[in-house]
Ligand binder design. Structure first.
Ligand SMILES: Cc1cc2nc3c(=O)[nH]c(=O)nc-3n(C[C@H](O)[C@H](O)[C@H](O)COP(=O)(O)OP(=O)(O)OC[C@H]3O[C@@H](n4cnc5c(N)ncnc54)[C@H](O)[C@@H]3O)c2cc1C
Ligand SMILES: NC(=O)C1=CN([C@@H]2O[C@H](COP(=O)(O)OP(=O)(O)OC[C@H]3O[C@@H](n4cnc5c(N)ncnc54)[C@H](OP(=O)(O)O)[C@@H]3O)[C@@H](O)[C@H]2O)C=CC1
Ligand code: HEM
Ligand SMILES: [Cu+2]
Ligand SMILES: [Fe+3]
Length: 522
């Protein structure tokens, strides 16, 4: 789309009741010769940089955009807008102080002055200062205000109304568009080559949304239509929800690691030191870590499949699928992907550590010492058939388990997940994932073998570590098996198709009190 068209659209944008074109000043500027097609070229080439390194003047036909605020975000936004062929005017409470921070072609002036001519104004100010802009409402009437704000988690919980809707309520004569909040000041400045390219946009005014979408596009980002301004709260929550999705799973993994590490330290290092006076501290970096990591991986893997089992059990018990799961279960179900990927990460480390076990010097000394002992006691051939088989089998099972897990990890990459239909995806995630859990269990059982029953394996009365890890996975496997029984399977299938235990549907009218609850038979 030629820049002239965008200019025209911006100029013609009027609100009901406002006859004047929004972009008053712009409409009489001669139409620039630059076309937007040019804007599809790599962003960097569009910076017109002067010999002194500052950005050069934009051509006189460039569409004019206003920015309120002169902070980090305003600065990055101005730089990118100038680089994308827009002419920028910044409104500050103290233009003298801040002018030096902006590209030389940006006009930095007082707020009243800055909002006069542009039809599109970015509000790069924190929510608590929105009301300080109310003095500008006459000049702002009929214009497009772009809310770029990002609430903190606390603010998000505190206010039921999104920042954008709050801004709209302060300026009822303006059209508010929510955009750019998911882009960091850094990404804006560095250009869309780094980081996320998608910019979700929402507004109640389709024409305003279209204009901002074109601008987003011209700046090298991908506009994503999120509908009306009522979605602003959801859009504002997007940057908040990314990290928390990993926070709980990562803390869980860390917690498990610390617990298992302490347990293994007591068993493998402290016990020999205290009871036998042996120094086994050399085991800390590899051996103890490699007893800890597989336990964390294995328990995490079982925690990926436990909530599905709990959900199924809850549905069976309630006899309906039309009741919400408790919040903790809901959250758990949503974080399975992260828990699963952390499990895969630990399992991969465990495999690498296992390959390193025979490389260690301590291992070589052990072998040589054993050989010498054998010579001295005149033994020539040691070969315990059972031990040989046990090791061959548990190693093979471990490799198979890790191979299956890597299929799950690969399909969780968005590009690959998108190329699978949901049946293929759920076959890999649900069925193969469960197979990986069973293979890991067999790997652990064949590794452990009869050790759980040998008294010499109990250090300080503490059982071998692998016995502790078996509890949750075995519960999950047994429960899954139980749900495969005909009676449970048919009932679960019925419930998942909408059947209910009491074929009575209870409903309440909004005004009805609990006492007048009605029941109707369908
Ligand atoms: C390395 C790795 C990567 C992962 N990546 C992802 C990922 O990218 N995305 C993701 O969402 N998860 C991911 N996960 C998590 C996990 O694989 C999925 O959440 C998986 O779908 C869970 O399977 P499930 O069978 O427990 O649960 P669900 O498939 O949700 O099923 C829940 C329960 O209901 C039963 N059930 C389901 N449908 C029916 C039916 N129609 N009739 C009767 N019973 C039914 C199941 O047997 C189960 O008991 C990953 C895990 C790992 C280990
Ligand atoms: N930084 C980032 O990466 C991102 C920021 N955002 C959003 O952009 C907005 C601005 O953030 P950011 O630039 O980082 O913040 P800054 O604190 O750096 O800038 C805020 C600016 O607001 C202006 N302002 C206007 N009125 C007031 C007032 N009454 N009191 C104080 N300041 C006022 C100030 O400019 P002056 O003194 O010139 O008037 C100030 O520079 C926020 O809503 C933020 O959520 C969104 C996405 C990412
Ligand atoms: C290439 C893949 C794998 C290899 C080579 C491998 C190898 C090993 C080895 C050598 C041991 C014994 C460690 C020791 O002597 O201290 C072991 C134990 C164990 N492995 Fe694996 N493994 C693999 C994959 C997995 C996977 C995918 C899981 C589960 C997610 C897993 C879970 C365990 C557990 C729980 C133990 C017992 C730890 C203990 O209590 O000491 N392994 N594995
Ligand atoms: Cu969460
Ligand atoms: Fe959340």
């Amino acid at each position: 789309m030629p820049v002239g068209d965008l200019r025209e659209a911006m100029a013609q944008f009027t609100l009901q009741g406002t006859r004047e074109p929004l972009i008053g000043q712009m409409s009489h500027l001669s139409v620039g010769t630059r076309v937007l097609g040019e804007m599809d070229k790599p962003l960097i080439s569009r910076h017109r940089v002067d010999s002194d390194g500052s950005l050069a003047e934009p051509p006189s036909g460039a569409p004019k955009v206003g920015i309120l605020g002169s902070g980090d975000f305003a600065r990055s936004l101005a730089t990118r807008l100038v680089g994308s062929g827009f002419s920028v005017v910044v409104g500050s409470r103290n233009p003298k102080r801040t002018a030096g921070l902006f590209p030389s072609s940006t006009q930095v002036t007082f707020q009243e002055e800055a909002v006069r001519s542009p039809g599109v104004i970015f509000v790069a100010v924190f929510r608590e200062h929105y009301s300080s802009l109310c003095g500008l409402s006459d000049q702002l009437a009929g214009k497009i205000l772009v809310d770029v704000s990002n609430p903190t988690e606390q603010e998000h919980l505190q206010h039921r109304e999104s920042n954008a809707e709050y801004l709209a309520s302060l300026f009822p004569t303006c059209t508010v568009v929510k955009a750019f909040n998911v882009i960091s000041a850094w990404t804006l400045q560095a250009g869309p080559r780094d980081g996320n390219r998608q910019v979700p946009i929402c507004s109640d005014q389709p024409e305003a949304k279209r204009i901002i979408s074109e601008m987003v596009h011209a700046m090298g980002f991908m506009p994503l239509d999120m509908g009306s301004l009522a979605s602003a709260r959801e859009v504002e929550a997007m940057p908040l929800c990314l990290l928390p999705a990993w926070k709980v799973p990562a803390l869980l993994a860390l917690g498990l690691f610390v617990c298992f590490f302490a347990y293994n330290f007591i068993r493998d290092v402290l016990q020999p030191y205290v009871q036998e006076g042996k120094n086994k501290f050399y085991k800390l970096p590899v051996s103890v870590v490699n007893t800890t990591l597989p336990c964390v991986a294995y328990v995490l893997l079982s925690l990926v499949y436990l909530p599905g089992v709990l959900a199924a059990a809850l549905q069976l018990q309630r006899g309906t699928k039309y009741r919400r799961f408790p919040d903790w279960l809901d959250h758990w179900l949503q974080h399975r992907k992260q828990i699963g990927l952390l499990s895969f990460f630990c399992a991969t480390l465990h495999a690498l550590y296992s390959f390193c076990l025979p490389l260690r010097r301590s291992h070589r000394y052990d072998l040589v010492n054993l050989a010498v002992k054998q010579v001295l006691t005149n033994k020539s051939h040691i070969w315990v058939e059972e031990e040989v088989w046990r090791m061959e089998i548990y190693l093979s099972l471990g490799v198979l388990a890790l191979g299956t897990l890597s299929l799950l990890a690969v399909t969780s990459l968005p590009s690959i997940a998108n190329s699978l239909n949901w049946r293929e995806f759920s076959f890999v995630q649900s069925t193969l994932g469960f197979v990986a859990l069973v293979l890991s269990t067999l790997h652990t059982l064949t590794y452990g073998w009869t050790r759980a029953f040998e008294e010499s394996r109990y250090k300080f009365y503490l059982p071998p570590t692998f016995t502790l890890t078996l509890l949750v996975p075995c519960v999950v496997i047994l429960a899954k098996g139980l749900f495969l029984l005909r009676c449970f399977r048919l009932r679960l299938a019925k419930i998942r198709r909408g059947w209910e235990k009491d074929s009575a549907v209870k409903f309440m009218l909004p005004n009805d009190s609990i006492l007048t609850e009605k029941t109707s038979h369908v």
